[in-house]
Design a protein around this ligand. Structure first.
Ligand code: SF4
Length: 110
């Protein structure tokens, strides 16, 4: 994954706000870790981008592992997968219809 282009060498300071890896940190890494480890590590070149990605992975895996396991479980049972997809589609249709009705009312299109 690309990082801040200013960090050509490990000793080059970077800017997390210019780095897509940091965008993922904002989603997965607690703010305390970002403020105490990631931002100073990047801006003062205290660690390299691989170290930074390791920290990200530590916080992503607990979130993504159950999703991946569920996916593998569903792939192993295609009939159950179709049932889950159909149920999800039905729920999404209900929500979408209500939202569309609300939008049409707001725009005086009904
Ligand atoms: S240290 Fe992290 S935030 Fe900084 S440029 Fe590298 S990957 Fe991006």
């Amino acid at each position: 994954m690309v990082t801040d282009p200013a960090r050509k060498r490990r000793s080059d300071p970077g800017d997390p706000d210019k780095c897509p890896v940091y965008d993922l940190h904002k989603v997965f890494t607690p703010i305390g870790v970002r403020e105490q480890t990631i931002i100073p590590g990047c801006t003062r070149a205290l660690f390299g981008c691989l170290d930074c990605k390791d920290v990200l992975l530590q916080h992503m895996l607990p979130v993504l592992t159950p999703i991946r396991e569920k996916r593998e479980e569903l792939i192993a049972r295609p009939a159950q997968s179709a049932e889950v997809l159909n149920e999800g589609s039905a729920r999404a249709r209900t929500v979408a219809a209500a939202t569309l009705k609300e939008a049409r009312e707001a725009m005086h299109l009904l």
